[in-house]
Write a protein of this length. Structure first.
Length: 277
């Protein structure tokens, strides 16, 4: 500036959206309501005709016995401190409360996971590149669903083969993250504040990762007889895989009148970033 002072300004952003996966919190990439959030939608006789459900291992298939099978699944595939989280999620499902779920311990476990840290590190690197290229112009990061294919951050994800985190390692099956989350349904990234002083800036990011504590047919097939089942059987003796069938029956059996409801799980992680243009 003419007076020799450095230009400085603070932009307070009301959660400026800079990235959104194709699948939003409740809807798939075709804008259909997520199948794994449906409940009470299948007649019992139709459920009994599905060969991939382990009815023979669930007799008698009463709501209480199915709950016990699901609870056994949760405790088998978790360890402290996530066992309490897994049981808490099962009990919320059984209560019929389908409001979004957040848990501090689950958030901490996800935030410190190597897959999460790798994803966040890549995102921060891409944001720094874009801000440097466009002289700190924050508007270049703004996400517009209608022009998704031209979105700079999305393009960099694809060019560098960066995908949202997944929690499906052997250790994740042991500690409980695979049960509580496994693969994410989607994620979004927002800027909550931006401060630029001369060529220096600080930016606060909010990462929102989300999944559904519910099952669709593909989930059960994968855990019962697909590649995921093979992985489990190779690493866990006597895994109570019938628990996935119990979960699906509780969720989708129309005769239960939607008493047992799936719900979204939300993980929010804030990151402070500083850089130079």
């Amino acid at each position: 500036m003419a007076n020799g002072k450095t230009a400085s300004f603070l932009i307070l952003v009301n959660k400026l959206l800079i990235y959104q996966s194709r699948q939003t919190l409740y809807y798939d990439d075709k804008n259909n309501y997520a199948e794994d959030l449906l409940c009470g939608d299948i007649e019992e006789q139709d459920l009994k005709a599905k060969s991939w459900l382990k009815w023979n291992e669930l007799s008698p298939a009463t709501p209480n016995s199915l709950y016990q099978s699901l609870k056994n699944l949760a405790t088998y595939f978790s360890n402290s401190p996530l066992t309490n989280v897994a049981i808490n999620m099962v009990d919320k499902f059984m209560s019929g409360d389908n409001n979004s779920y957040k848990n501090n311990q689950l958030t901490s476990s996800v935030a410190n996971h190597t897959a999460t840290r790798s994803y966040i590190t890549s995102v921060i690197s891409f944001i720094k590149t874009i801000l440097s290229q466009y002289n700190g112009n924050l508007s270049r990061l703004k996400y517009y669903p209608s022009s998704r294919d031209d979105h700079l951050l999305k393009i960099m994800f694809e060019e560098n083969e960066i995908y949202q985190p997944a929690y499906s390692t052997l250790n994740d099956y042991i500690n409980g993250l695979a049960f509580c989350l496994h693969g994410l349904w989607g994620n979004k990234i927002e800027v909550t504040s931006y401060n630029k002083s001369g060529n220096n800036y600080t930016i606060k990011l909010l990462f929102t990762l989300y999944d559904h504590f519910g099952l669709d047919e593909e989930d059960v097939r994968n855990f019962s007889s697909g590649s995921i089942s093979n992985f489990i059987m190779e690493n866990f003796l006597n895994a109570p895989l019938e628990g996935f069938s119990a979960w699906y029956i509780l969720q989708h059996n129309k005769s239960y009148n939607k008493q047992y409801k799936p719900f979204p799980t939300i993980i929010e992680i804030s990151e402070n970033v500083s850089g130079t243009i």
